[in-house]
Design a protein around this ligand. Sequence first.
Ligand SMILES: Cc1cc2nc3c(=O)[nH]c(=O)nc-3n(C[C@H](O)[C@H](O)[C@H](O)COP(=O)(O)O)c2cc1C
Length: 232
Amino acid sequence: MLNMASHVWGRSRVLGASGTNRLDFVVVCFIFIFFIMTHTRQPDHPVNPMFVNRWSPRSLTGEALSKEALMSVLEAARWAPSAYNAQPWRFIYALKDDAGWAGIFGAVNEGNQSWAHRAGALVVVASAKQALFPGKPDLTPNAWHSFDTGSAWMSMALQAAQSGLVAHALAGFDPVKLRAAIQLPEDYALEAVIVLGKQGDKAQLPEALQAREAPNARKPLSEISFAGTFKG
Ligand SMILES: Cc1cc2nc3c(=O)[nH]c(=O)nc-3n(C[C@H](O)[C@H](O)[C@H](O)COP(=O)(O)O)c2cc1C
């Protein structure tokens, strides 16, 4: 794209920028700006770039992840905030070639398996549906177990990105198979499977996924935030 723009720009100057060449240049600029706007992420307000630069690629190298790298990602999740500090999140992991890998991978749906087979580790994120709250002698339903565990997932994702790794969440799995594979008790909810690995060449992806292998956009802040009262 840049080559194309500089080519047209160069041609306009050499030929004395005739009307046609100027039009060429404007069209190429328009395409270039459109491409940048739709293929990169532009925050509307200042934020730490880590929020905007994290995304969920599917192209992975297939390299095994070290235990240290995995623990670093889980450590970040451990420090997430939670209601009453109940810490409802649980992580059941398998590094590539671990005994637990086949069970987790086998529960992931076919579409996701088509790219997740190149992961370096798989992490099932689960959450305890009940907690011991202050002043209550017994376990009580915890209304925030999923909300809090979502925070922990985001910490994982951001740490993974900081460590140069991909962390891609999946909900496309068979919950009955997955629960059985990791022997998750009924009082824990299955939240997601996280595919961890190193980013690879997108040419290795099935064709349909290659076209989608780019950071996506977000709704404008005005559509999701309201002063005072909800305005849907
Ligand atoms: C709970 C959850 C479930 C998801 N399930 C899938 C999935 O089954 N397959 C997949 O390819 N991506 C899945 N994704 C990834 C989302 O499509 C992705 O996060 C979203 O499009 C935003 O893109 P980004 O993460 O690159 O910013 C899931 C993400 C989350 C948080």
